[in-house]
Ligand binder design. Structure first.
Ligand code: GCV
Length: 727
């Protein structure tokens, strides 16, 4: 290389410096191209002002790396602080200057032990974050009783930075209220995902156990960041092969990736597996050979996966095998599996999503009728997993009457995160308000304040075992969830699982800040938009307590006219019961009497048409088209008004979004804009098809001022969709 003159050298250095400054300014101020892969863990640089303040605090990281969990905690903090502050903290054993971050447990760190902070109430997974003085230096400590608590604390600390919270005088402690916080994947071994709208399964079964895709680690990081501590890897409509040695090796490989992040794996077990892969003639839970088969299988699993969580079971439901095939009860079936898992510390999550094959009684009543009398008959390591409503993840349902009705059994909530009934991937529907509505519902079983959240976290009936599950919306799409806004549903599920009393608005606020920007000019309108989005979907799909009006089988779009399904209770007409007189399912004492599955004061309320909240009116009552609503208008008027309001709301969401161009990267902005356009078109379709159909039944003219449907009823009925995803 040619020698350069000093002047030349000085000039090229100055030039390089100028480039660096320009590059870093651009880096900080302009929106980077983004594909959503980073989720809410983007750790993009904070603005210059914040960075100057926080750089001081991030200069020294004092923590161990003796265990896998300590190592991933350290990596996450290094990654986060480097990304947010543009500077990696130096690692140190001692505090030598102000601003250190000290992380660990009293057992792993003599320095932390010396601080003698009270950790008694933190339990196994809790943590405290506090500003302290160590050897004359100001420092922040993140302390837990176990490594996993310190990891959760580290994520919390990073969240405070990401969301622009003051960190100068921290003094907070937190621990989860629910023990098992689980994602249920409805993933099949062939890579398809039942009700999945985000690509195919992220589990690459064919290449496992050898190839461990980096995505598995990022998945574990994302889950740990919101406190999820369990994943069921396969569909509840399970194939027995998952329990064969070749698949168990693959499951073990995933468990190894997840373990440092505090995540246990669970499997959906097919009840008839002893026949299909065990060569037995029966799967009768009282048969000693069957019992022995499951005991041996459990032993085999725990040898490979010592912290295996247990089984999730869908039995005698929608054609799945179960104990009733042998004249046994659900308790017999669950207990047999529970006995096999108990010596290893595993649990059974037995699903209450059960309705009879013959479809005689009101479907909304059947789970209660089946399980209520089994209260007190389950082993201590069985949780009953109950869907939030009595039918099936509809845009709005009353809370499931089983909550509060089985005090001797730990009831585990099952929410759906994937939007099977809420517009699939493209509709912007934030599910936080739906979850919050259910969790804060009052069962009244122990007087006022007996909320579903207290049933779930075990405090209402003093259960130590508690759980909450969400049917995952995760797939191989680069953005994981089919759209950026669907990531918010994964996020809010995890945060509410940790603490079911949190506000879904506050969680949305955190999510928007972490996922996009802290600029309030963006945050405020987007949070408002998210908060109203679920009610909008209820309005344009199934207002006033209507339910189950979607297309047959694939569940895409409206089909209130449909009567093609083989079972009556899979048909929309079974649910809305519209005729020339009126509409709605009579579940009062003069109808199916589903109301009496609730605590008496609530039953009385739902039984009385005047006291029933109008948002659930047609769930519980069959009323005349001319029934007078609280507004003074007729039901028919209100129905049309709600459908119209739903579409208007989506138009407003589009309008809001159109004003937010420039605040975030073009890629995520554009995709959201396109998806909102799809949502508006489909909301209009829902409204018009439903109004056209109900008008054909009610025979009423369209109330003045409302636009007629864009097409004829015949047109809407003629649409067919052979290749809908997730089906
Ligand atoms: C996994 C609904 C869904 C099914 C699902 C079932 C269940 O019926 O449409 O796809 O099956 O619920 O929760 O078991």
């Amino acid at each position: 290389m040619r020698n350069k003159s000093p002047r030349h050298r000085w000039l090229s250095r100055a030039f390089a410096l100028a480039i660096l400054i320009v590059a870093s300014v651009l880096h900080v101020t302009s929106a980077r191209a983004e594909d959503g892969y980073e989720l809410w863990l983007r750790y993009h640089p904070l603005t210059a002002g914040q960075a100057t303040i926080y750089r001081i605090d991030a200069s020294q990281l004092v923590m161990g790396s003796a265990t896998p969990t300590q190592r991933v905690t350290r990596e996450e903090l290094q990654r986060g602080l480097l990304g947010l502050l543009g500077q990696a903290p130096s690692l140190s054993d001692t505090v030598t200057r102000d601003g250190a971050i000290i992380v660990g447990t009293p057992a792993s760190s003599p320095l932390i032990a010396r601080l003698r902070l009270d950790t008694a109430d933190l339990g196994h997974e809790g943590y405290l974050i506090r500003h302290v003085n160590v050897d004359g230096h100001a420092a922040t400590v993140i302390i837990a009783n176990d490594d996993i608590g310190a990891l959760y604390g580290a994520f919390h600390f990073l969240r405070l930075l990401q969301t622009d919270q003051p960190i100068a005088h921290l003094d907070l402690r937190d621990s989860p209220r629910v023990k098992l916080r689980v994602l249920d994947h409805w993933d099949n071994l062939d890579g398809s995902v039942e009700r999945g709208y985000a690509g195919t399964s992220i589990w690459d079964w064919f290449k496992l156990p050898d190839w461990l895709a980096p995505r598995y680690t990022d998945y574990a990081r994302a889950n740990a960041s919101i406190g999820i501590n369990g994943v069921v890897l396969n569909n509840v409509n399970a194939t027995p092969q998952i329990l064969t040695p070749v698949y168990l090796e693959k499951v073990a490989a995933l468990a190894n990736v997840f373990r440092p992040y505090g995540i246990r794996v669970y499997l959906s077990a097919r009840f008839s597996a002893p026949i299909e892969i065990g060569g037995l003639k029966t799967a009768d839970p009282l048969d000693p050979q069957v019992q022995q088969w499951w005991r041996t299988k459990a032993g085999e699993i725990y040898k490979l996966i010592p912290d295996f969580g247990g089984f999730l079971v869908k039995a005698n439901s929608e054609g799945q095998p179960g104990p009733q095939d042998y004249g046994r009860t659900h308790a017999d079936g669950a207990n047999m599996l529970a006995d096999a898992l108990a010596p290893h510390g595993g649990v059974v999550m037995w699903r209450a999503f059960v309705y009879s094959q013959s479809a005689s009684a009101d479907r909304a009543k059947q789970a209660y009728d089946e399980f209520k009398s089994l209260d007190g008959h389950f082993r201590a390591n069985v949780l009953l997993q109950v869907k939030n409503g009595p039918i099936d993840f509809q845009p709005r349902e009353p809370f499931n009457p089983l909550f509060g009705a089985m005090p001797k059994t730990p009831l585990m909530m099952e929410f759906q995160i994937t939007k099977e009934y809420l517009g699939f991937a493209t509709h912007l529907v934030y599910l936080g308000p739906l979850y919050e509505e259910v969790l804060s519902a009052d069962t009244m079983t122990h007087g006022k304040g007996s909320t579903v959240a207290k049933v779930i976290d075990g405090t209402l009936d003093n259960h130590t075992l508690s759980g909450i599950a969400g049917v995952a919306n995760i797939g191989t799409d680069q953005n994981w969830s089919g759209s950026v806004f669907n990531q918010a549903n994964w996020y809010v599920f995890g945060r509410l699982a940790w603490n079911p009393t949190q506000s879904s608005r506050a969680i949305a606020d955190d999510w928007v800040r972490m996922t996009f920007t802290n600029d309030v000019a963006f945050v405020k309108p987007v949070v408002d938009m998210m908060m109203g989005s679920r009610e909008a979907a209820v309005d344009y799909m199934t207002p006033l307590g209507l339910h189950h009006l979607m297309g047959p089988g694939h569940h895409y779009g409206p089909a209130p006219w449909d009567a093609s399904e083989p079972r009556a209770d899979w048909r929309p007409v079974y649910y809305h019961r519209a005729d020339s007189e009126g509409i709605g399912f009579d579940r009062t004492r003069s109808g199916s009497d589903a109301v009496d599955q609730y605590e008496p004061s609530i039953a009385a309320q739902f039984n009385d048409v005047k006291q029933t909240p109008e948002e659930l009116l047609l769930w519980f009552h069959h009323v005349s088209w001319d029934y007078r609503m609280r507004s003074g208008q007729t039901l028919w008027y209100e129905l049309v008004a709600h459908y119209t309001q739903g579409v208007d709301h989506v138009m407003q969401m589009r309008e809001t979004w159109s004003r937010l161009d420039g605040y975030i990267d073009t890629e995520r902005y554009q995709q959201t804009a396109t998806f909102l356009a799809i949502q508006e078109r489909e909301a209009q379709w829902w409204r018009d098809a439903c109004i056209a159909y109900f008008q054909s039944i009610s025979g009423r003219p369209l109330p003045p001022g409302f636009a007629p449907p864009q097409h004829s009823l015949k047109y809407y009925e003629s649409l067919s969709f052979p290749y809908v995803p997730g089906h």
